[in-house]
Design a protein around this ligand. Structure first.
Ligand code: SPV
Ligand code: MG
Length: 287
């Protein structure tokens, strides 16, 4: 059976106390995350943009992000959470996004409360938020647009990213949960976890909480679980690791003039055949 079946993100969340999610930008990286044991894959707008050497600034179209997410999902037995930025525009864009992503088999999307076009959370540039009421409307539209009860909408606040405080982040997330968000995502660019811990302490389990510990890397998963987080997204470490490995390998080949010293350090062609499921494909055309 070459076509994959996979649980919804909602059922994965119900099954696990904490869902560990790895960022990916193509099917191969998603498959490696699954192989490592992650329970879900984040189709990252940062990684998908970077894979085209473009800034994560609402430059690619919804269709391009959808294609990336759907291609990852098709290769996995675990669900994809699609990073859908601001929902790609206004309320009708949000409805269209939900129709298209759900129709392509994606079971969870994440939408953030920045103005469209948005800029990546860690980049210098405009991090202005959409007003709370307008974003709650987007959440309601997303929930109205879904066709299955399984579909899961994560509302992400960029309050802390835009310089607001934890009070404001809580007020926004409360409104988002009331509007029907299935979970909230609290993002911080501080080098410590303090703001996120304060948020969790004061949140009172109104809805599941998702975090993205990129700038506070020293928070162990056991402690993240104890703090009451429902899903943790390692959004871009995979691509950063791949970048280091690719850069180092190309430089070595160029400098050495042959690949002898590199060979023991890189995956075999056989390894790639296995990830391509070459044997299963060959069986399809067996005499
Ligand atoms: C992404 O991976 O695209 C994210 C997380 O949205 S961040 O890059 O931190 O904004
Ligand atoms: Mg993103």
């Amino acid at each position: 059976m070459l076509q994959r079946s996979y649980p919804s993100f909602r059922s994965t969340l119900e099954e696990h106390g904490l869902v560990r999610v790895a960022g990916a930008h193509h099917a191969l990286s998603g498959v490696l995350a699954q192989e490592a044991g992650f329970q879900a894959v984040w189709s990252s707008s940062f990684e998908v943009s970077a894979s085209r050497c473009l800034p994560d600034a609402s430059i690619l179209s919804m269709t391009e992000y959808l294609e990336a997410a759907a291609n990852i999902q098709k290769a996995l037995d675990i669900p994809v959470v699609a990073d859908c930025d601001t929902g790609y525009g206004g309320n009708y864009n949000v409805a269209h996004m939900v129709h298209e992503f759900e129709g392509a088999g994606i079971t969870a999307v994440c939408m953030e409360d920045k103005l469209f076009p948005k800029m990546n959370s860690f980049a210098a540039g405009d991090q202005t938020l959409l007003d709370t009421l307008a974003f709650t409307r987007k959440i309601e539209v997303a929930k109205n647009a879904q066709s299955s009860d399984e579909f899961f909408v994560i509302a992400r606040t960029e309050a802390l990213i835009s310089g607001q405080d934890v009070d404001q982040a809580i007020a926004r997330c409360k409104a988002y949960a009331l509007a029907g968000a299935d979970a909230v995502l609290i993002h911080s660019k501080k080098s410590t976890k303090d703001q996120v811990v304060e948020f969790l302490d004061r949140w009172d389990n109104r809805a599941p909480v998702v975090i993205v510990p990129t700038t506070y890397p020293d928070w162990h998963v056991d402690d993240i679980r104890k703090a009451g987080v429902s899903a943790v997204i390692y959004a871009n470490q995979g691509m950063r690791a791949a970048l280091t490995a690719l850069r180092e390998s190309y430089r070595t080949i160029y400098a050495d003039g042959d690949t002898t010293s590199l060979e023991p350090r890189i995956a075999s062609v056989r390894d790639i055949f296995d990830l391509q499921r070459m044997t299963d494909w060959q069986k399809l055309d067996a005499a």
